[in-house]
Design a protein around this ligand. Sequence first.
Ligand SMILES: [Fe+2]
Length: 465
Amino acid sequence: MSIKVLFFDDDVNWARTVDIFCKDSKIELCQMANIADIRLKITQDPTFNLVVIDISTPKRSILEVIRYLKLNIPSVKIILTVSDMIILNKLGLTSGALTKLGVEDVLVKPYGQAALIKSIHGIHQFESWQTLKNQDEEEDDQEEAVREQDDRFTGVKLENYISGSVNVFDLYLRTSRNNYIRIFHRGKKFNKQKLEKHQSKENIEYLYFKTADRGTYINFTNKLLEKMIDKDINVGKKAGLVKEVSEIYIDEIFTKGIDAQIVTEGEAVCRNIYNLIQEDDILFEMLESYLNLDNSFRSHLFGTMFFSSVICKNVEWASGSTVEKTCLGAMLHDIGKLKLPEIFKTLSQKVMTPSQLMQYKSHPAMGVEMLAKFPTISEPVKQIVYQHHEMADGSGFPSGLPGIRIFPLARIVSLANHFSNYIVEKNMAPKQAIHPFVMERNTLIKFDQVLIKSLIIGFIKKGKS
Ligand SMILES: [Fe+2]
């Protein structure tokens, strides 16, 4: 199935080039001679769910069309193209304004074919399940043995898997090393009895999907969580789902790198974490018994996101949007490690050689360099990434800033990062670890006292002493 895109660019020569870009890429490009025609076309034909609009010649009418789309057809995804980033500044299109307008990505001209296709496919792939219909209701979903390398599959704990009525990707059971059975097909009805039949015969702990479908899983689960948040569903189920999607998200970002769509999904993951812990009972249960962090990189990042959200929840000055930025900064804080050898993901600073330490200390700056390409990522998120190793006593890096000069949201992530490492190192549940953690001299001198208090408050169950 081809992707249908509406396209507008004043520059006729460039529009012709883009036409050639799309011809071999299963992208059906519909060129609009006039920006106003986009409204009409999209209303008449709702199968167009992606628009690419050039704003190199800034006109009010262009912004009006973008606002119209955001307001009236919010499901439409927008990619902007521009000949110079300065134009965005002149139009007041900061990262926040772009997000408010529903802009998913910005490409700078002359962008290449690969960049355009990656942007369009990235957005489409994550959300393609939304248009999926049950294909053959009558036909039974045949099982099939599949022999493929384990590393091409991603496992989800069965207790944390929630399906829709139609399978949004193929689902497998693992029988032995590199051997799987495809039990459900994408587009076919989800058959609960069939799964139960397998469960009665075998001890099934995990369901698997192809790692290539990870983006779809993340998007699908995020949307599901948004709907579940206010519903009366078992606490453990919600918490398990949030932890699972966060960790799979981290795998995606740290193996494939970042792009515009994955940043949008990250914001959704953060919103879901924050919404979840608004319920004091859920938060308390997660802190007391549920939050099992291990020594893996993904587990540590989830812990940092989670504890950052807990601190934000109890900080008076943190608004909803502050929390999302902080949580996104926590998720991306170590993105610069992608530029370092794999070993740095889990190697402790305490055992590094002097040359390793020097290399390690470059990761905040490398992270910011990577994020600079994404205008939809806000400055506060970049500041968090740059300063997450600064300490209140000035002993941190890269700049050795004193506490008062450290960006407040970076102070939150720094504390959460440290606490997340502490509980793994001590092999303690968060509830056991909080007391010895706050009594440590290092904690008291290296972190903001108000924030330490905010973390502690998370552990106090309301209504009890
Ligand atoms: Fe770091």
